[in-house]
Design a protein around this ligand. Structure first.
Ligand code: BG6
Length: 515
């Protein structure tokens, strides 16, 4: 259909009906992400009748597990984590086509055996099958898996047919610029870029997709979306959970790598990029890369620079006492890993020159909330200004990503009465009220898009490198500083004082997120 070609992003559904027969092969089959997100996502696609008519799922892992046992594990994961209850006429159809394959990720023989299994499935089906490899393992085996997929011919399966193999790669995509480049090289040695789907699950969230619709389908916002009207932009991705039992992984990562380099950078790119010429994947990704490249290198000085890092100390969250980061399981005494990071960024382009973009992300914060607040300049203080009867707030448009999804506009209004008093009020659009709740999970959208070959909501190789280019000098500088510059914040608070000061320097303040 003509319209599908022009607008793959918006015409998702009609296009999705055409997903070719598929074998999805998930590496890391007994991992947490597979149980919590991937299997429930596959199940929900099944409920919505969006899986191809021939759909097979092979879980790959190191542990020896029988097919039957893996089918049981998959059923339990649907029961425990799916947004919708298990319906018996859908699950058995999926379950009948689930297999398990045990093998070492760096063992070439295991890939040849896997290929055998796939060929058998193909023989029993009357169609050529697309292979969708989903790498959801710890990052140290990403490269062996990619190389072995290449060497075994699985990456090129069906090379002479229009159906190709594809590979989805989970985060973390490298730990700095150099390792991200090396990973990109391994990928391109074995796959073409158009076969590759780098995941950032934030892009699969409904509200993040809506950001493009809000920006580019409404005429009232675009004219004021620039340095003439905007005072600052604040991106908050706060979590109330601490590191829990993930200390071992987290201590190698930290907020900058775990959240800022990927999720918040993606939010920034979407909110600040120029309008793409069309909604096709390359036009959108070209604009994101241009934006990321326009961000200026940061001033790293811990005293009054552009970056703040901190660790949480013991505190109360929702009335419960939680231990500090340093007291959590698996954290070495010498750890300098940040559980909170805040950045002030300048974008050196025509639209945004001079306007600060702030971003912050942390664990064990007051509440779980992700949002983007675009704060507009104040009107000239001629009519309603310094008089105490006038409680005036800057106009702010808040794109609420989660958990309370919606868009809020803060404006000032007259308080009813004979005296002229003002008060900030909110205009609220809430997804749940307008559309009902139970929207698809990010992974449903992302698995579906990769099956049909729409890479709009995935990260391109140059995009991830542009983001690492900005973040890597911070990591290197922090490594040199050791503990110097690591601030503290009490668990259950909104972060360290230094992050407040980051904004005060430009006479700004963090919005009270979640309101
Ligand atoms: C992941 C991080 O990418 O995102 C986790 O590794 C974090 O540390 C998670 O908790 C947050 O995702 P969401 O969708 O719950 O906001």
């Amino acid at each position: 259909m003509e319209s599908d070609k022009r607008h793959p992003f918006l015409n998702g559904l009609s296009k999705h009906r055409g997903a070719p027969p598929t074998v999805i092969v998930i590496f890391g089959a007994s991992g947490d992400l597979t149980a919590r997100k991937l299997i429930p996502a596959i199940y929900n696609l099944g409920v919505d009748n969006l899986l191809p008519s021939q759909f097979f799922f092979i879980g790959v892992g190191r542990k020896p597990i029988e097919n039957k046992q893996f089918q049981e594990i998959a059923r339990t994961s649907v029961k425990s984590f799916s947004r919708r209850d298990i319906v018996d006429d859908v699950w058995p159809r999926i379950e009948a086509n689930i297999q398990y394959h045990a093998g070492g990720y760096d063992d070439p023989k295991s890939y040849l055996d896997l290929k055998e299994k796939i060929l058998k499935i193909e023989e029993s089906s009357d169609r050529k099958l697309q292979l969708l490899f989903y790498i959801s393992t710890p990052p140290n085996v990403f490269e062996p898996i990619l190389e072995n997929l290449g060497a075994s011919g699985l990456a090129n399966h069906n090379a002479n047919s229009p159906i190709e193999s594809k590979v989805i790669i989970e985060k973390p995509f490298g730990k700095d610029l150099e390792s991200a480049k090396a990973l990109n090289q391994t990928i391109t040695r074995n796959f073409n870029e158009k076969q590759v789907y780098r995941i950032d699950h934030y892009l699969g969230k409904e509200t993040v997709q809506d950001l493009l619709v809000q920006r580019f389908s409404n005429a009232i916002f675009e004219p004021i979306w620039n340095r003439n009207y905007v005072n600052c932009v604040q991106i908050t991705v706060a979590e109330s959970l601490g590191v829990g039992t993930r200390g071992g992984y987290y201590d190698q990562s930290g907020a900058l790598r775990d959240m800022i380099q990927n999720h918040t950078m993606q939010l920034l790119a979407l909110v600040a990029m120029e309008p793409p010429v069309s909604l096709d994947p390359e036009s959108i990704r070209d604009e994101k890369v241009k934006l990321l490249k326009a961000i200026q290198p940061l001033d790293l000085n811990p005293d009054n620079g552009d970056v703040v890092r901190a660790q949480y100390t013991e505190g109360l969250i929702n009335g419960e006492r939680v231990p500090g980061y340093m007291q959590s399981e698996g954290i070495p005494e010498t750890s300098t890993t940040e559980t909170y990071a805040a950045l002030r960024l300048s974008i050196n382009n025509w639209r945004w020159k001079g306007i600060p973009f702030y971003m912050r992300s942390g664990k064990s914060m007051s509440t779980r909330v992700s949002e983007i607040a675009i704060q507009f300049k104040r009107p000239p203080g001629i009519l309603f200004s310094d008089d105490q009867r006038f409680d005036l707030a800057p106009n702010t448009m808040v794109l609420k990503i989660q958990p309370d999804e919606g868009v809020t506009i803060v404006m000032n209004s007259k308080v009813p009465g004979l005296e002229t008093r003002t008060q900030p009020v909110k205009m609220d659009f809430r997804y749940a009220t307008t559309f009902g709740s139970n929207t698809p999970e990010a992974y449903e959208r992302l698995i579906l898009d990769s099956m049909v070959g729409d890479s709009t909501l995935f990260i391109r190789g140059d995009e991830t490198e542009a983001s690492w280019k900005l973040i890597t000098p911070i990591l290197e500088y922090w490594k040199k500083c050791g503990k110097r510059g690591v601030e503290e914040y009490v668990a259950g608070s909104w972060g360290p004082l230094a992050a407040e000061q980051l904004l005060w320097a430009n006479k700004n303040e963090w919005r009270r997120s979640g309101l």
